[in-house]
Design a protein around this ligand. Structure first.
Ligand SMILES: Cc1cc2nc3c(=O)[nH]c(=O)nc-3n(C[C@H](O)[C@H](O)[C@H](O)COP(=O)(O)OP(=O)(O)OC[C@H]3O[C@@H](n4cnc5c(N)ncnc54)[C@H](O)[C@@H]3O)c2cc1C
Ligand code: FES
Length: 279
């Protein structure tokens, strides 16, 4: 019997650390074992359990695109025990990774459609994976629009990539920061994401909307999309219920009969509406 224990993590070397925003870092991770690298694959929307020996595990999405074969990336905010331990790591250190887990954004079903990405704050990472995936397969999709907001200019993550997306003529990027406060030199919008979306009024015809953000942003964005003519099946989002095992064994993440780790984390608005209110 030489079956791999599903709880045993891959060993991953931190190849590069990027400070994205205050308290937010991106790790580029490479498999220590070349055979693991060869056999590993994932799809946009999936997540993993990232561990630091002696501290525990944390759930983060895989923030890099599956089309970039050589590595995976995660972006995390330092909030507690495990994320603080991870934040103290240096380039060259080895951490653990289990995954990939969860369902996927059905990119293949979206061929020929326009994609409208709406993200807030630290919720850009799950979307960044799909954005790069779609950009690496650019000819398969119609218009690509990205609306991204954060509390302040310094809270915007992936600043270099925002510049890159903003300079492409096959992407429409709108960035916004919350109203109030001084923002010298800021050339983007000022306003909350749902209000900026309403002003933009993107066409809903043949368009998929992907929404990731804090609960308050999601709550006020869905009615705007509804007003713009998006249907419950053309709106996608992700849930971030606390998890333990990541693959449907421990019952930590479930909402009614739905296991967010296994049946999600990607849900259409229609699926979300059918969940008990506790999510
Ligand atoms: C599918 C999924 C994908 C995720 N992707 C990312 C990601 O890409 N980047 C990222 O920064 N975070 C992500 N998260 C949230 C991340 O898992 C937690 O912030 C992290 O595990 C906290 O670990 P900790 O030990 O540092 O914090 P703890 O010491 O366990 O807790 C610190 C504080 O964070 C709160 N907290 C912990 N987990 C969650 C959670 N899931 N939701 C809301 N509050 C929580 C606790 O209640 C507490 O107040 C994701 C969660 C899920 C389920
Ligand atoms: S995290 Fe264990 S069942 Fe979902």
């Amino acid at each position: 019997m030489d079956e791999k224990n599903i709880y045993v993590p891959y060993r991953m070397r931190i190849e590069k650390i990027t400070q994205e925003a205050p308290g937010v870092k991106t790790f580029r991770l490479k498999f220590v074992n070349d055979e693991d690298a060869l056999s590993f694959s994932f799809k946009a929307g999936q997540f993993g359990e990232y561990s630091i020996f002696g501290a525990g595990e944390s759930t983060f999405c895989i923030a890099s695109s599956p089309t970039r074969k050589d590595y995976i990336e995660c972006t995390f905010r330092q909030t507690g025990k495990v994320t603080s331990a991870l934040a103290s790591c240096e380039e060259g250190n080895v951490i653990g990774f289990r995954g990939p887990y969860g369902n996927i954004f059905p990119l293949d079903d979206w061929k020929g459609k326009n994609l409208l990405f709406i993200a807030g704050g630290i919720a850009l990472p799950p979307m960044r994976c799909v954005i790069w995936n779609a950009l690496d397969r650019r000819s398969e999709f119609g218009n690509i629009t990205i609306l991204y907001g954060a509390r302040t200019v310094s809270d915007l993550v992936y600043k270099h990539e925002l510049e890159e997306w903003g300079s492409r003529n096959d992407v429409k990027l709108i960035t916004t920061v919350d109203p109030g406060g001084e923002t010298p030199d800021w050339k983007g919008e000022k306003g909350f994401v749902p209000a900026v979306l309403e002003k933009m009024a993107p066409a809903s015809a043949n368009t998929i909307a992907i929404v990731c953000g804090p609960p308050v942003m999601i709550k006020y964005t869905f009615p705007v999309l509804d007003k713009l003519g998006f249907t419950d099946d053309t709106i996608y989002t992700t849930l971030e219920n606390r998890m333990k095992c990541g693959f449907g064994k421990c019952g930590r993440c479930n909402v009614g009969k739905v296991y967010v780790c296994k049946d999600g984390p990607v849900f259409t608005y229609r699926q979300l509406k059918s969940l008990p209110a506790e999510y």
